[in-house]
Design a binder for this molecule. Sequence first.
Ligand code: ADP
Ligand code: DP6
Ligand code: CO
Length: 357
Amino acid sequence: MGGESEKWALMVTGRTPTNIAVIKYWGKRDETLILPINDSISVTLDPDHLCTTTTVSVSPSFDQDRMWLNGKEISLSVGEFQSCLREIRSRATDFEDKKKGIKITKDDWQKLHLHIASYNNFPTAAGLASSAAGLACLVFSLAKLMNVKEDYGQLSAIARQGSGSACRSLYGGFVKWIMGKEGDGSDSIAVQLADENHWDELVIIIAVVSARQKETSSTSGMRDTVETSLLIQHRAPKRIIQMEDAIKNRDFPSFARLACADSNQFHAVCLDTYPPIFYMNDTSHRIISCVEKWNRAEGTPQVAYTFDAGPNAVLVARNRKTAALLLQRLLFHFPPQSDTNLDSYVIGDKTILQDVG
Ligand code: ADP
Ligand code: DP6
Ligand code: CO
């Protein structure tokens, strides 16, 4: 391995935005490989506002793999983390820094230990897809560190094995996770539908209704759904094609109707699960009513809403003018830190943004 008395460490820092599904992934057909029961589509958010930053380092002086999340040590022995580490290590290639006299061969990578420190600049496990940004960032940073030569499609398939939604955070813009048909998951990958410049008049406002950790993780919630819900069989696969068309044509009314309907259907499926899962709360429901009333009064949708596995609202305004009006209304009806129980707002002024890196 070289290096003077082995006193060296190599490190890489990556930053990855989160993504919010407008057609939700919910349910696995294979829990280990993380293969979904449906296709899903998401928007990658502005990395300046919601992102994970992860530093991965390697040194001969490390005697075990360790990880810290938001400053607190967590166990890496979880299956999902192990899958990602194994897949990346198996693709590691030789690295050499002649100036520093460091050489790491493919075989060395299998033995060297890692230290990983990750921070989310937004609430973790609160339904704003921290697992998506977190696992995508982990895979991306590890791949850089270990000189992995795979393309983004292959990296997305590895991130998928960490957290399903993570495969979509490898790309900016609008992204589709194709569920695939193969048993080994080789065709279950994310593809970019449109890049970050395609529909740049959209503005996303996130109402952080509660930053608290949810009671039911996405992983266990969707497991219960697959085992107990009858309604899950009635989720509409046609919506994927319709949503792809809406995005391609920048057709906001269709985009909004489909996104809202899919979010509501997803939460109905949660309620149909045993034991029932309540991700939204009263404030979430009141935000929905407020947007629905406005859209009906205008005669055509101005704002779309979608709620992941948590109470927080992701609102998409059709343009900047609408976004300003939306924010005014929200601040009036849901002032932060008031008895409405709303924590804060995050505004993505550039909407759908850039690549990881
Ligand atoms: P969310 O809605 O935030 O995605 P999930 O229940 O899907 O909530 O996942 C939360 C879990 O994701 C956390 O408990 C943690 O295990 C993992 N996670 C979140 N952020 C990171 C991160 N930056 N790095 C690694 N794992 C993360
Ligand atoms: C509601 O990707 O967090 O956010 O694969 O078990 O890690 P695991 O679950 P996760 O589930 C996300 C569910 C969702 C919808 C979506 O992002 O598509
Ligand atoms: Co998640």
